[in-house]
Design a protein around this ligand. Structure first.
Ligand SMILES: [Zn+2]
Ligand SMILES: [Zn+2]
Length: 478
């Protein structure tokens, strides 16, 4: 290009022309506490500034549960990408969007169909907690705030690139199915000559309701941002999702046949519908005896949304027929600790970690003191939650339901089944290594889990810079 030609270029063309020499990506983890908390990443790439997820910390309350959005300062956010609708990824979205009224918001179509329902529920929970736990700043947003932002959610189709042209630069976003939960997406960003990939929360295994991740294969990325949830969990030899489903259904069937009840604590979004489908299949083919199946709360509402998502997108496989065929009942309203809740059956209730005062916590207090019953955990339990503590308590030892002021010996069978919504660590590691990135950023994992990934990646044949960002530390990835 001659000097003359260069002078005739418009500013925009000039930007596009020099872009390959532009700086790399800067990432700041806005989650104040590290670990798996209030997920939110600030990304600066050329002239673009965007945020990935805006979660709420599941174990904290009040402003401490919100990512540090103050760090964004007066930067203008171009867009926010929502990877999926678990609250640790969307719980502070209305707060962020209020501060950035011009930011566009991208997510998959199933996520767009679920996000408002999840946020409205969160608002109701905060209103309750405002009284119970005396948190003056709750609710962090109102139902009106949610209605006010809902028009800004723009659905992205999986594998259908969205091209943006802002600040005189091109940037392409492509969303890929991430398994994990209905609507979950990992995404690729192309900018100049560079390609980046963010896994989000990912599950590669197919589930009953939802296919596993369909990430791009045999593709090279310059840098990747990966989740590390299960970095400390080694799947025992021979244990597969299939064999764990079998073991769970056997335990449920046996307990029911012996006249006991089973509690399966579940997350309302995803796990509940998956478990109801599995139970329904097992009942239809005779692996499970006929007995009442109880369900309640947000999870049932979400089941109705799943019905609509199935019909509209065919991206999941759950219809109202499942709840109808199971003749799902609501658990009795009045529950007394230590007293069995009426007719024995299977209770599929949230929360998955037995968080205080939730239906699963209340029902656990009625079942735990009898050898006839069983409590079957099917997902991740944080060690600090009541569920995590119950899993640590040995049979016969005393367990305290502290908000109920009730304690009893652990006589029911308490077991854990590996039906996690997160991929095995080796699967994520292999996916990352196959893409031969120059840099990998670790997110969404406890310190030990990140450490395992760091060690494995550093020992790999392909040299890779491993970055485990401190909260609010800006990392530059070239
Ligand atoms: Zn999730
Ligand atoms: Zn998550």
């Amino acid at each position: 290009m001659s000097l003359n030609e260069l002078f005739t270029l418009t500013a925009r063309q000039l930007c596009l022309c020099i872009l390959p020499f532009a700086q790399g990506m800067k990432i700041t983890d806005l989650n104040r506490d590290g670990g798996i908390g209030s997920n939110s990443l600030l990304v600066e790439l050329g002239g673009y500034t965007f945020v990935v997820d805006a979660g709420l910390h599941p174990k904290l309350t009040g402003n401490a549960a919100v990512p540090n959005f103050d760090f964004i300062g007066d930067r203008e956010i171009d867009f926010v990408i929502v990877t999926h609708c678990h609250l640790d990824h969307i719980g502070s979205l209305p707060v962020l969007l209020k501060q950035h009224p011009k930011a566009r918001v991208f997510m998959s179509l199933p996520s767009q169909m679920l996000v408002e329902r999840m946020l409205h529920n969160s608002c109701n929970v905060m209103k309750r907690q405002k009284e119970e736990k005396r948190i003056p700043e709750y609710p962090l947003f109102t139902h009106d705030d949610i209605d006010g932002i809902s028009g800004r959610f723009e659905p992205l189709k999986y594998k259908d690139p969205l091209r943006l042209e802002l600040h005189g630069e091109m940037l392409t976003i492509t969303l890929y199915q991430a398994g994990h939960v209905a609507g979950a997406g990992g995404f690729q960003i192309e900018h100049g000559s560079k390609t980046y990939f963010f896994t989000g929360d990912v599950l590669f295994d197919d589930q009953r309701v939802l296919n596993g991740a369909r990430f791009p294969k045999a593709k090279k990325f310059d840098a990747m941002v990966i989740e590390t949830t299960r970095g400390e969990t080694e799947r025992p030899e021979g244990k597969t999702r299939e064999s764990e489903v079998k073991r769970l259904l056997k335990q449920v069937g046996q307990t029911i046949r012996e006249g006991g009840s089973v509690l399966i604590p579940v997350f309302a979004l995803g796990r509940m519908q998956e478990l109801l489908s599995l139970l329904n299949d097992a009942r239809k083919d005779g692996r499970l005896p006929r007995c009442p199946v109880y369900g309640a709360g947000l999870g049932l509402d979400i089941a109705d949304y799943f019905d609509q998502i199935t019909k509209r997108t065919q991206l999941i496989n759950y219809t109202r027929r499942v709840t109808k065929e199971l003749r799902l009942k609501r658990p009795p309203r009045k529950l007394t600790p230590g007293k069995e809740p009426g007719e024995p059956g299977v209770f599929v209730l949230s929360s998955g970690m037995l968080v205080e005062r939730t239906p699963s916590y209340m029902v656990a207090s009625t079942l735990l003191a009898s050898t006839k019953n069983a409590i079957c955990f099917v997902g991740y339990c944080d060690p600090d939650t009541p569920g995590g503590k119950l899993l640590e308590t040995r049979p016969g030892q005393t367990y305290l339901f502290d908000v109920l002021d009730y304690q009893c010996p652990v006589l029911a069978k308490v077991d854990r089944f590996e039906l996690s919504g997160h991929a095995d660590r080796d699967e994520i590691l292999n996916f990352a290594l196959a893409a031969e990135p120059k840099s990998i950023v670790l997110t969404h994992g406890d310190p030990g889990a990140r450490e395992w990934f760091a060690q494995q990646l550093e020992a790999a044949d392909h040299p890779v810079r491993v970055i485990d960002p401190e909260p609010l530390e800006t990392i530059e990835i070239l």
